[in-house]
Design a protein around this ligand. Structure first.
Ligand code: GLC
Ligand code: CA
Length: 553
């Protein structure tokens, strides 16, 4: 089924010779580079200004050129789009704005033919209020679907049952005139929470997973996986003390009773079992990977979520000391069976290039592809796209509209892909749903492909190198002592040893070279190793070196 084709005559070819892409390889995802596609913003094919599945089909060659192993696709199911697809009205369909089920099947087979796997977003916590289940549930207190959602009587004063806050602002309870009760919504009021304590809900959601796995998808990213269950005593969340003027109102409480409940883990284990019915599928999860929680979501003793998404490289303070500590802490807290992962961006996070500047974004890419663990990045980060400024009249994200003034809006990272210097950057022939942003004539796939030193080529080179070097794919991670602003580590497998040096400083820094070192990549893609026993690292430069085992210790 997974045929590994050579893309004709190009240096970008995926190298399938190592057999890493095959049905028999249950842990393919450990070696994988996963690319997140936000379908509304990847490629429009029917001139409505919104990206769609036929658009993605037309760009599969690009994915092959990048060398990625899997796509994680944000939701494509029918949706009123209040939260741009994360408010689902039918879990087993395709929204007409994205195309048809035939389009979906075509995308899946196009990807599989090229050795690329497909991971779908699965949104367990809530549905749209226009989902048939919710329409039935709200009909009356006695409806058979009533208990599929979280309904409660008003408090004595007629107000909401407790003080829980929606993550998107205001109370998390919405009063329903018709039936005289409140329903719970962790996000928008048009995103009512499913009642995961109800076995029928669980069964129905398990069948959703089976539906897509039968169609051939290779795994899921569990959206907001830790908020599926709330305290059944409905205890009030404790308010935070102190000056909260800088804190967005939805964060004015500690989510003790409305987040990260232990019951959630039980339901995650059930999802895991369902996924295990089909060989070779992977579970990613949007969960808290702080030191307190990473272990729970990985599973303390046996796998729960294979890859709880880890955004530390994006969120860490960008100094050598902080990064060194962050790497150490993360690797050390993982349970024995766990496989690490690193993610550089998403449709919910401010762009890496905006946070770190381009040189820093290059350094981050170097770490992403050379650290031990699955590598995950977000469309457009390979072009070094910055946060796109959104004029007030173009704001689309409900988060920004409902909690203004805290820079919470996510439109800036959801702006369209830039393919070429044509109008609207080749994304669409009509005005796109979000602005393209400045500098797209120079910063687009075609232009960056012409520049051999571009960040796009750095991504391609690093992905190619990683694929070729078993030490980078599966080798041990061995930290080395930091040298001032230079973070160092080795990746070792059998007799191969690779050293990574990353200069976080704004100054030049001389580093010693072991004998016989070879330069594999520099983040500026512009030089080989000088002769001699030392190397002058430039500001923010990172290098990958092949060295002999035992050197640098
Ligand atoms: C997840 C999604 C985000 C969405 C939210 C509510 O956090 O990544 O985009 O708004 O869930 O569904
Ligand atoms: Ca379209």
């Amino acid at each position: 089924m997974r045929v590994c084709e050579e893309a004709p005559g190009s240096r970008f070819n995926p190298d399938c010779a190592d057999g890493s892409v095959s049905d028999h390889d249950a842990s393919w995802w450990k070696k994988a580079v996963i690319y997140q596609i936000y379908p509304r913003s990847f490629q429009d094919s029917n001139e409505d200004g919104i990206g769609d599945i036929p658009g993605i089909c037309s760009r599969v060659d690009y994915l092959v050129k990048l060398g990625i192993d899997a796509v994680w696709l944000a939701p494509i199911c029918p949706s009123p789009m209040d939260d741009f697809g994360y408010d689902i009205a039918d879990f087993t369909g395709v929204d007409p704005v994205f195309g048809t089920m035939e389009d979906f099947d075509r995308l899946l087979s196009l990807l599989h033919e090229r050795g690329i796997r497909l991971i779908l977003d699965f949104v367990p916590n809530h549905t749209s209020d226009r989902h048939a289940w919710f329409r039935e549930s709200r009909r009356s207190k006695n409806d058979l679907r009533r208990d599929w959602y979280v309904w409660r009587s008003p408090a004595k004063d007629g107000g909401p049952p407790n003080n829980w806050l929606s993550r998107f602002g205001g109370s998390a309870w919405e009063y329903d005139e018709g039936s005289g009760e409140y329903y719970y919504h962790a996000f928008l009021k048009s995103q009512p929470d499913l009642n995961w304590r109800n076995p029928e809900v669980r069964k129905a959601m398990h069948d959703v997973l089976r539906f897509w796995m039968r169609r051939g998808v290779d795994g899921f990213r569990l959206d907001a996986a830790a908020v599926t269950v709330e305290d059944d005593l409905l205890r009030d969340d404790p308010p935070l003390d102190g000056d909260l003027s800088e804190v967005p109102p939805p964060e004015h409480q500690q989510r003790i009773y409305s987040d990260n409940r232990p019951e959630t883990l039980e339901f995650l284990d059930e999802l895991r079992q369902v996924v295990a019915e089909f060989p070779g599928r992977v579970l990613l999860g949007e969960v808290d990977t702080s030191p307190e929680n990473a272990c729970r979501f990985y599973g303390e003793t046996k796998p729960r979520i294979d890859l709880p998404l880890n955004y530390r490289l994006l969120d860490v303070e960008w100094t050598a000391a902080e990064v060194e500590a962050e790497l150490d802490q993360y690797y050390n807290l993982l349970p024995a069976h766990a496989w690490p992962n690193w993610a550089l961006g998403s449709h919910d996070k401010r762009r890496i290039a905006e946070r770190r500047s381009e040189a820093g974004a290059r350094l981050a890419a170097l770490l992403l592809f050379t650290l031990r663990g699955t590598a995950i990045f977000y469309q457009g980060d390979e072009l070094g796209i910055l946060q796109v400024p959104i004029p007030p009249e173009r704001v689309s994200d409900p988060f920004e509209k409902l909690v203004p003034g805290f820079q919470l809006g996510r439109d800036g990272e959801r702006a369209p892909m830039r393919w070429d210097a044509a109008r609207n950057a080749g994304f669409s022939r009509v005005e796109p749903w979000l602005p393209i942003g400045p500098n797209s004539e120079r910063q687009n796939v075609e232009a960056l492909k012409r520049n051999p030193h571009s960040i796009l080529w750095l991504y391609i080179e690093l992905i190619r190198l990683r694929r070729q070097e078993p030490a980078l794919l599966m080798g041990e991670y061995e930290p080395l002592r930091r040298d001032g602003e230079v973070v160092k580590f080795k990746r070792v497998r059998n007799d191969t040893c690779i050293a990574v040096l990353a200069n976080f400083g704004s100054d030049f820094k001389e580093v010693k070279l072991p004998p016989h070192a070879r330069m594999l990549v520099t983040t500026y893609l512009d030089r080989n190793l000088p002769s001699g026993t030392s190397l002058q690292l430039r500001p923010y430069e990172g290098v990958v070196l092949s060295i002999s085992e035992g050197a640098y210790v």
